[in-house]
Ligand binder design. Structure first.
Ligand code: PEP
Ligand code: MN
Length: 362
């Protein structure tokens, strides 16, 4: 069912509340989402994996009956999170259409294996959220465990990665991980979940647009008819009206299969980029040559590799330059730190190779 949407020229849209709370909340939300006319799948959390005890842990099995009723009223197929064999069994018994494995479950191969084994011989689509931590192998592993038991219709959900001290996002998107996932598993549709990435309403649109611009296959966004009084994830849920507005405001761009001959202007710009990329690589290589010579000098003088004042000076200079040049500080921060780290490694190599060599470099 998910795969059948995969090749169509529009994103697959999953919407619904973080948690199913009561009949009225679910049915009202589902009907409003249905009226919008573009939602493909209704989500609802029945068993909630809360990080700390004491929070609302889900309404449990009775919520599935309201979901079934919502499907009867709206025709929308249903998706539910499963974290245990018991959840799978109850969901299958009730006739839920799609299951998903949450981020806190994907981290645990034992749990994923148990879920997979409870699905032997069952033909149901399963979506796998990325693990909480940025370990792409766990994400692949969960998909492979499902494939091994014969599940054919699998999608992945990119919901961002926990990072201690993060302020902008609830979970950092780390788009490169999602891109690497797509590269390695091109046949698995990749759906972004802006709600759990953002943790609040304000940035949802940017994250959703970026996912579409990266050619991802769909969006999962939490929607609740009264988000402010939601029992879980209140800050990030949007009303069905805001949801419709958000989706309508997104730009769906073309993704030409034939990258050649789209526009002579684009070709020219791409040629310029290729030349610059070449220069960047050559410059980096020259910089590392110098780093190795510095390694020799430091070795000879018996100096430590890292001189904090010098590093702080370089680092701050480039952060200031970033602002002047209109490049994001975060980007320059990553680039300059990566270059610095590689320089250190090059120097370290020289210093360990030349332990007894105290000759001054030519
Ligand atoms: C959810 O979808 O409500 C949820 C618990 O998400 P995640 O597993 O991404 O934290
Ligand atoms: Mn949620």
């Amino acid at each position: 069912m998910i795969k059948s949407f995969f090749r169509k020229n529009r994103p697959f849209l999953i919407a619904g509340p973080c948690s199913v709370e009561n009949r009225d909340q679910l049915i009202s939300t589902a009907q409003l989402l249905k009226d919008f006319g573009k939602v493909d799948l209704l989500r609802g959390g029945i068993w909630k994996p809360r990080t700390r005890p004491g929070a609302f842990e889900g309404i449990g099995e009775v919520g599935l009956d309201w979901m079934i009723e919502a499907r009867q009223l709206t025709g929308l197929p249903l998706a539910v999170e499963v974290a245990k064999t018991e959840h799978v069994e109850i969901s299958l018994k009730k006739g839920i259409d799609v299951l998903w494995i949450g981020a806190r479950t994907t981290v645990n191969p034992f749990a994923v294996q148990e879920i997979a084994e409870s699905l032997i011989g069952v033909d149901i689509p399963v979506m796998v959220k990325n693990p909480v931590n940025p370990d792409i192998a766990l994400w692949f592993g969960a998909v492979e465990r499902l494939q091994k038991v014969g599940i054919k219709d699998i999608a992945a959900i990119h919901r961002g990665f926990y990072f201690y001290g993060e302020k902008i996002y609830r979970n950092r998107p780390q788009w490169q991980i999602a891109l690497d996932f797509k590269e390695a598993m091109p046949d698995i549709p990749l759906i972004t979940d802006p709600s759990h990435i953002c943790g609040k309403r304000s940035n949802l649109k940017n994250v959703a647009q970026k996912a579409l611009d990266l050619n991802f296959d769909g969006l999962m966004i939490e929607s609740h008819y009264q988000p402010d009084i939601a029992l879980s994830d209140a800050a990030q849920q949007v009303t069905p009206a805001d949801y419709s507005q958000l989706i309508e405001s997104l730009t769906i761009r073309n993704n030409p299969v034939d990258a050649e001959n789209i526009s002579p202007e684009l070709d020219k710009l791409r040629d310029q980029i290729d030349i610059l990329d070449d220069e960047i690589i050559n410059l980096l290589s020259s910089r590392m040559d110098i780093a190795r010579s510095i390694g020799k000098v430091k070795n000879h003088k018996n100096l430590t590799i890292l001189q904090r004042e010098r590093w702080a000076e370089i680092y701050n200079k480039y952060l200031r330059r970033a602002t002047e040049l209109g490049i994001s500080e975060d980007f320059i921060n990553q680039i300059i730190k990566a270059i610095h780290l590689e320089s250190i490694e090059q120097q370290e190599k020289i210093m360990s190779e030349n332990k007894l060599d105290t000759r001054y470099p030519e």
